[in-house]
Design a protein around this ligand. Structure first.
Ligand code: ARG
Length: 463
């Protein structure tokens, strides 16, 4: 019989009962639900709303239930949702005293509490995984400050850069992801309990003591808002979608870098798969799966936005749909970060091909134009001179470091013999000294800053 069945003559249709139940999904909230209940019940005892000895017995039994579930001695099943399951189990164990737990509380504020507690843990876990990934990127970058690679715009060769510059670009994205999630956590970490069904309660509750016990930064200000707000979950899904977009772009590059056409990277056997028909194949399935799962995370975001878009105040059962999409995104982001961080150090870079890639395609043309400017030409004139020079090279099928100084001088007598060393990819790279550029000095400084970001962020969040 349902706990709420007092006003009903008939019981729920069997199929409707299954349809209504969220237990298969929300059972993963059991720890947070029990922690929340213990904090709530301690407050009820302290404020004299229920006798202290009843509060003590309830808290102790809740803790027993927690360990029994954790150690698989108690199977979570057969109830409408996780809240009902725990309460029913409590009452089975201690009888009437257990029935006092739900005083001054509704499942509406209870689920808001559980969900926020779950999500702030999820944010910490994901931030930690991002930290591992960034540390891996820093490590590989440190060893590749002088590995020359081509940079592209429009997927056409643009200018020479280094592998460190390229990998640290992704590290910047993942640092922003950490910062975004930390911001999101500020809004998650607000305590909604005491809002009850929708307009709070007349019991003399102490909401701040519950918030303090559960380590929240503050309490919600409006009970109608508190039970119907899922902004924090949408924001989390948004931040995870951006994170997955970064991972997906990275993996897209690895996929074509490992193709025969590019041949910049060789994938490790541990992270690639074969074909059931083509014996020669070595496919980048992990990268493709990460790219593919990005779409699924976007879907979860759009799903919850759509669920919420026409909901009147305050709680509506539609909101029960929030958990599945959030849990799915948490699981997806976690496994993608784990797999990717493990796979990253296994790539073998073909440094020779990368260097040739960086030297071909007239990637030093901008540097050539800048050279002329330094010798007194206006940039637009220099651009046009080098444009004609490139056309000539292309006609005679030679690269900028393969023509002679006399050929250079056909296009401008500002060219001296030093141009031959200026157009070398290594020199192009080292000539870029401004912060943000790939020269050794700028790269070392970027890496130092990334290390400092991790140290500062994780020192504060571990406080
Ligand atoms: N299982 C519900 C959910 O996830 C909990 C809140 C139910 N509240 C209610 N009034 N039926 O949203």
């Amino acid at each position: 019989m349902k706990m709420w069945s007092g006003r009903f003559k008939d019981s729920l249709d069997a199929k409707a009962d299954i349809f209504n139940s969220s237990l298969p999904v929300d059972k993963r909230l059991y720890k947070h639900d029990i922690m929340g209940s213990i904090a709530h019940c301690s407050m009820l005892g302290e404020c004299g709303i229920i006798p202290q000895e009843d509060a003590d017995l309830i808290c102790k039994t809740l803790s027993d239930i927690f360990y029994d579930i954790k150690n698989a001695k108690l199977k979570v099943s057969g109830a409408e949702d996780i809240h009902m399951f725990i309460e029913e189990e409590l009452t089975n164990r201690i009888g009437d005293v257990g029935k006092k737990l739900h005083t001054a509380r509704s499942r509406n504020d209870q689920i808001a509490l559980d969900f926020r507690m779950y999500l702030r843990d999820a944010v910490d876990t994901i931030a930690e995984l991002l930290k591992n990934l960034i540390e891996t990127l820093i490590d590989i970058s440190g060893k590749n400050i002088d590995t020359v690679i081509p940079a592209y715009t429009h997927m056409q060769k643009a200018q020479p850069t280094t592998l460190a510059h390229y990998l640290m670009a992704y590290s910047e994205m993942f640092m922003r992801d950490i910062a975004r999630l930390a911001e999101c956590k500020n809004r998650i970490n607000i305590m909604p309990l005491g809002s009850c069904a929708c307009t709070s309660t007349s019991y003399p509750i102490d909401r701040r003591s519950v918030a303090k016990r559960l380590d929240f930064d503050g309490i919600s200000e409006n009970s109608l808002d508190a039970v119907s707000d899922r902004d924090f979950a949408i924001e989390f899904l948004n931040d995870c979608s951006i994170l997955m977009m970064h991972l997906s772009r990275f993996n897209e590059e690895i996929i074509y870098w490992s193709s025969d056409e590019f041949g910049y990277i060789e994938l490790d056997d541990k992270f690639s798969t074969g074909s059931s028909i083509m014996p020669q194949k070595k496919n980048p399935d992990m990268c493709e799966l990460i790219r593919g799962k990005t779409g699924r995370c976007y879907g979860n975001l759009i799903s919850l936005l759509t669920t919420m878009k026409a909901l009147p105040l305050a709680y509506n059962k539609d909101m029960q749909e929030d958990k599945e999409v959030v849990f799915d995104t948490v699981d997806t982001v976690k496994i993608c970060l784990e797999i990717f961080t493990a796979m990253l150090p296994t790539f073998k870079y073909n440094k020779e091909k990368l260097r040739i890639g960086a030297a071909r395609g007239y990637t030093a043309a901008t540097e050539c134009a800048d050279y002329l400017v330094k010798k007194g030409a206006a940039f637009r004139d220099a651009h046009s001179i080098v444009g004609r020079l490139v056309r000539y090279c292309s006609d005679v099928n030679k690269q900028l470091d393969e023509i002679t100084i006399d050929e250079y001088r056909i296009f401008s007598d500002l060219f001296d013999s030093d141009i031959m060393s200026v157009v070398k990819p290594e020199n192009v790279i080292q000539s870029r000294k401004a912060p943000g550029s790939p020269s050794e000095k700028a790269m070392k400084s970027e890496i130092k800053k990334a290390e400092k970001f991790l140290r500062t962020y994780f020192a504060i969040s571990n406080e």
